[in-house]
Design a protein around this ligand. Structure first.
Ligand code: ATP
Ligand code: MG
Length: 545
């Protein structure tokens, strides 16, 4: 699918105007910090940035924002590239790293010092914070603010040479300690970190801050529209201040849009990392979290994620998107594309007393009720079959229309059966239901409830993992102690059966298990003993407590 952002969003409108007015070629960028895997919030940003480039014949750069040497891990870089490609997007030419521009960024810092627009601060971090003031009070000038340009140049050189200890000095812009925007109260531009950087190794022991590096990298790459989330609204002032005060040709424009938040989930790499650290999940691709890799493992397709991003649109209003909005995108797609089959998640055995134990009847069934192009498969009907435990009730209510003693149901694609007796184990647990099969009146079955089943002869043992939201509250993102709200039932494992035709069809990994939901083969967990299936989404969303 060619990804097209809706033309109605405010960013598209700006771009259309800019193309008309300035006759420019659009260039955007996606700038992930490689400190974790991408999540669905990043997908929104990817669809926006790469989507705009595609739509307006422009270019979109992939730039790893690796200013912070603490965070950057090569494994995250690989995972991020994989996810972008999987989503169906491609960056323009080579991959960029902010660290590629460290030399230029350093030169611009020198330029600001020479213009008396930056100074080396020797206050400690906590003192800087104290002097900065609050939203209600203005800041106080640092005693080091009026050092001479020469002294600042010398101190900055010493910072660079590693002659000053970490935390003992930093470079600050000289803007105004009285600014109503705290970000403009002499923000830090460079800090000392004696940490080996994944790309520049030990070349540097001073690193630019995000705010200083980001606008310069955008300008060096000739980005026309620098799109970021609303938290950076105040930073725009600083972005423009820096670019105005250094000798650089391009001055990209920053625009902000609302961050994606989804009910019952967190979308922050740092918080996802803390779920891993606290052993609530094992990996970044756990199907319970909304990372791209988690969603892929759960069975979401790239198209469904892109459709979701298109549906939610781009606005300036922060809101919490319902989880069902995401689920309905994959449901809608799989309703058309997924092969149907029968699986039993919680089995109970049925013995059909009037069927011979050698009897095998082959039934041809369609893989999709409406899409004949998906072909057909053959299932078998035999004396012993499995049905879902929940399709039998010993003491049913009047309305119950599935199996109970003396009652008749229709087996999907096959005959009607009537339950005659049950067998229990010592724990009073039903082990077998004995039924009579009505082979001779196949047309008289419309009035009965229909249930799914699998012949014991074709039943292959499998594991099914059902997922509930990982948080019990709608908006864990705003909770400081978000770990207090973990759903202990976010993962429910069942052992049951699939029809033999599934393991035989190694091409298809996603199925609709009739009457249950959509499931996806988990190749990471499946082994010789079992196939393991993740539930993508149930047919009816009823989260189990
Ligand atoms: P996180 O808190 O998950 O680390 P981040 O904003 O720090 O998020 P980056 O790697 O810096 O993550 O993000 C790369 C790009 O993706 C940025 O332009 C950022 O604005 C955007 N982005 C990140 N999270 C979201 C989100 N939830 N919704 C929309 N865009 C997002
Ligand atoms: Mg971040």
């Amino acid at each position: 699918m060619k990804f097209n952002q809706s033309n109605n969003n405010f960013i598209n409108k700006i771009i259309i105007q800019d193309i008309k007015k300035k006759n420019i070629s659009i260039r955007t960028r996606f700038p992930p910090d490689p400190n974790g895997y991408l999540h669905i919030g990043h997908a929104k940003s990817i669809c926006l940035n790469f989507g705009i480039a595609k739509q307006y014949n422009g270019k979109c750069n992939l730039r790893f924002d690796d200013t912070n040497p603490n965070n950057n891990h090569t494994k995250y870089i690989q995972a991020i590239k994989k996810d972008i490609i999987w989503l169906g997007f491609n960056w323009y030419k080579k991959i960029r790293y902010t660290s590629m521009y460290f030399k230029e960024i350093y030169q611009y810092a020198i330029e600001l010092i020479k213009k008396n627009l930056a100074y080396v601060e020797k206050l400690k971090k906590y003192e800087i914070r104290k002097y900065r003031g609050t939203l209600k009070t203005t800041g106080i000038n640092s005693p080091y603010r009026n050092q001479s340009i020469e002294e600042n140049l010398l101190l900055f050189e010493n910072m660079k040479l590693g002659n000053i200890r970490e935390g003992d000095a930093c470079l600050r812009a000289k803007i105004s300690m009285k600014s109503p925007l705290i970000i403009m109260r002499d923000p830090v531009l460079y800090r000392i970190k004696f940490i080996k950087h994944h790309y520049t190794q030990n070349t540097w022991c001073i690193y630019p801050t995000y705010d200083f590096a980001h606008c310069i990298s955008d300008a060096l790459e000739k980005i026309t529209h620098s799109l970021c989330t609303l938290e950076f609204q105040d930073n725009r002032k600083l972005y423009n201040w820096i670019l105005k005060n250094i000798s650089i040709d391009n001055h990209p424009q920053q625009y902000e849009y609302s961050r994606l938040n989804i009910e019952y989930s967190i979308l922050s790499k740092r918080k996802i990392q803390s779920l891993i650290n606290n052993k609530i999940i094992d990996t970044w691709d756990d199907p319970r979290i909304l990372t791209i890799s988690g969603l892929r493992r759960k069975g979401y397709t790239a198209e469904s994620i892109k459709n979701f991003c298109k549906n939610i649109g781009i606005t300036k209003q922060n809101n919490l998107i319902e989880l069902s909005t995401l689920e309905s995108c994959i449901k809608k797609e799989l309703n058309h594309t997924a092969h149907r089959t029968m699986a039993i998640l919680d089995p109970i055995k049925i013995i059909l007393s009037n069927i011979d134990s050698q009897y095998v009847e082959t039934i041809k069934v369609l893989n999709h009720p409406k899409n004949h192009l998906l072909g057909s498969r053959r299932i078998i009907f035999t004396k012993e079959i499995y049905i879902e435990r929940s399709d039998f009730q010993e003491n049913p209510s009047k309305k119950y229309n599935r199996l109970s003693l003396g009652k008749t149901v229709k087996l999907k694609y096959s005959y009607t059966i009537t339950a005659q007796s049950i067998q229990k184990d010592i724990n009073n647990h039903i082990t077998t239901i004995f039924c009579k099969c009505h082979k001779n009146n196949p047309n008289n079955d419309n009035k009965y409830g229909i249930i799914h089943w699998i012949s014991k002869k074709n039943a292959i043992k499998s594991k099914f993992i059902l997922y509930n939201p990982i948080f019990i509250i709608k908006n864990p993102e705003i909770e400081k102690d978000f770990l207090k709200y973990i759903n202990q039932n976010s993962k429910i494992t069942k052992i049951g059966f699939i029809d033999l035709t599934i393991p035989k069809n190694t091409q298809i990994h996603t199925y609709q298990f009739e009457r249950i939901g959509y499931f996806h083969l988990d190749s990471k967990l499946s082994n010789k003993k079992y196939l393991v299936f993740n539930q993508i989404v149930p047919l009816k969303t009823i989260w189990k407590k």
